[in-house]
Design a protein around this ligand. Structure first.
Ligand code: ADP
Length: 365
């Protein structure tokens, strides 16, 4: 078929079919013709026209039903549909037509100028929708590729890193005495760097996996918080941290991802503590416009609010001295966005920070 838009004209009344086809052919369109509903379905699937001009009253299948079937079939769903009716549609039929997937309708007798202008406008809309669909599937494909790349790269980096770590440990054990103070210091640098890299790789792996689990189940957030507190027990005890919370709801989500999210926020709340004040972290949730809004507040070092957007970016760190990979909040953001929510923070340097995130929930008013 040529690259001119193709239009399938359907009418069981031959003179009308002929007249419409002539008008459109004169405009340079490739025109295909059908005289029954059954023919329409076969030809639409075979020739994939850009637009179908459909008489509502066909002898075999009702026009609305044809439209519904066309829209249900992935092979024909992208064609625009223009209904032609003998009389103006009642409001009820108008609703039925739109629900069946009709893009618009015209009433007979058709004015050639109006027909051509309507066809042009529908084809413009159809072309815009097609290019959007194409861009969308291209984006999905490249996201998937990136995710796979991050996963494979981080996975493959683990092995050589294990070798570096094992041999530097062996070097320290077998030749530590000969290497002297300076040599041992160098080995300590290598060991620290490999631990840091190992943390980076683990975090990158977690980041690359977020979003791939799309199944949503009811997740009681109080249970999630208990697990996080138990995971962080060592840090909580070492810092004398107090973790308190208000009533937390059950949300629809991926349990492991939500645990990771809360853990990253709590881990930071303890890690970015003020030296002379024991960390106190409070977690609350309230209903907010079809979503749950959670707050994780701490009394730590805080940060300058001008950096709020930056800290959710990958590798962005404000406190170089404290151990970390700069990926924790990027993971948090990815989890929240995969749950249809958003994440943000407010802070006062020296007074503490509050991190907020929402988890979409249709049941919340
Ligand atoms: P990491 O903690 O590994 O550096 P994150 O992505 O978790 O990486 O955090 C990014 C940066 O945001 C941190 O380096 C820190 O500067 C800042 N930050 C995060 N959480 C807090 C907090 N609760 N209080 C103060 N600063 C924080």
């Amino acid at each position: 078929m040529s690259d001119k838009p193709a239009i399938l004209v359907v009418d069981d009344h031959e003179p009308a079919l002929y007249a419409r086809s002539r008008v459109l052919e004169r405009e340079g369109y490739t025109v295909l013709k059908a005289t029954s509903g059954a023919d329409t379905l076969v030809m639409a699937e075979r020739f994939r026209p850009d637009l179908i001009i459909l008489d509502v009253h066909l002898p075999d299948i009702n026009g609305f039903e044809i439209c519904r079937r066309l829209k249900q079939n992935p092979a024909t769903s992208s064609a625009a549909v223009l209904h032609v009716t003998a009389s103006a549609l009642s409001s009820e039929s108008h609703v039925r037509a739109l629900e069946a997937g009709t893009d618009t309708y015209l009433v007979e007798p058709l004015d050639a100028g109006v027909l051509v202008a309507t066809v042009q406008s529908l084809l413009r809309m159809q072309a815009a929708e097609m290019s959007l669909r194409k861009a969308n599937s291209e984006l999905q494909r490249s996201n998937q590729e990136l995710q796979e790349f991050a996963y494979i790269a981080s996975h493959d980096l683990k092995e050589p890193l294990r070798t570096v770590r094992a041999y530097s440990q062996l070097l320290a054990r077998r030749f530590g005495a000969q290497l002297g103070e300076e040599g041992n210091e160098y080995i300590a640098f290598i060991t620290n760097a490999t631990s840091h890299m190992s943390n980076l790789i683990e975090d990158l792996l977690v980041y690359s996996k977020v979003g791939s689990e799309r199944q949503r189940v009811p997740v009681p957030m109080e249970g999630v918080l208990s697990r996080v507190i138990s995971n962080l027990q060592q840090a909580i005890e070492a810092n004398g941290a107090a973790i308190t919370h208000g009533p937390l709801p059950t949300v629809q989500g991926a349990p492991d991802q939500l645990e990771q999210l809360l853990q990253n926020l709590l881990d930071n709340a303890i890690k970015y503590r003020r030296p002379d004040v024991a960390p106190a972290v409070h977690v609350t949730a309230d209903a907010d416009d079809r979503a749950w809004r959670f707050c994780v507040g701490d009394n730590g070092i805080g940060f300058d609010e001008q950096y709020t957007d930056q800290i959710f970016r990958m590798f962005k760190r404000l406190n170089g001295g404290t151990a970390g990979t700069g990926i924790g909040l990027a993971i948090a953001r990815k989890v929240v966005e995969a749950h249809g929510g958003r994440i943000w923070a407010s802070s006062q340097p020296g007074e503490g920070s509050t991190f907020f995130f929402t988890i979409a929930d249709e049941a919340v008013e």
